[in-house]
Design a protein around this ligand. Sequence first.
Ligand SMILES: [Zn+2]
Length: 101
Amino acid sequence: MIDKILLCGHNITVQNMEHVGESTIANSDYAKAIISMEAGLPCDVYYCTLIHEVIHLLMNMDGMRDAHNERDVCALANGIFQFIKDNPTVMNNILSARGTE
Ligand SMILES: [Zn+2]
């Protein structure tokens, strides 16, 4: 499990909790720089949900708090997660990229 991430220069704490809420498995508190994640999720669900919360925080950082909805965030999170899963070579190349391709 992840306990912290760096997001656009902001240190974000990831709290892994027994129970996040009644109708959610995660949420984000932009003001406190905290993502709360329900512990014990299957790995794919955990990381897809983490991406989902990161998108929420990014949109808040970029002043888009009122311009997005849950459906948009879900579509982006699922798409990005699957892209990463389907293209590990691209991810590895991004992480090791230097100079020109
Ligand atoms: Zn959401």
